[in-house]
Write a protein that binds this ligand. Sequence first.
Ligand code: 5GP
Ligand code: ZN
Length: 115
Amino acid sequence: MSDCLFCRIARGEIPASKVYEDDEVLAFNDINPVAPVHFLMIPKQHLASLDDAQAGHQALLGKLLLLASKLAKTQGLEQGFRTVINTGRGGGQEVFHLHIHVIGGGNIPPMVKRN
Ligand code: 5GP
Ligand code: ZN
């Protein structure tokens, strides 16, 4: 998936404001933040969505979640944070490279507005 937007960011072909990087994971600030802190975590390996994850991705997915909490703290989210993973068109996913949104700071409204 060489033309995938987030693969290109992972390869450094498109600039991003990096929050964290290692050999498997990249975290960078969302270009259109919905809160004072809003960054995305991606596996560097292309994986379109959670629907494409296999048993072999289990350790990587676990690593991403554990890292979400650590990085939230480094970004000042001591009081907590929201994680969102949109999956597929039915889940509102727009970029088809698996990513975890980490969102916080300011007032976080209820995730689903009820009437
Ligand atoms: P999705 O709706 O797929 O869960 O979220 C995609 C996210 O990627 C959106 O929050 C959007 O603002 C962010 N995004 C889209 N293009 C870029 C980009 O080129 N750079 C960065 N940093 N974020 C992007
Ligand atoms: Zn990709």
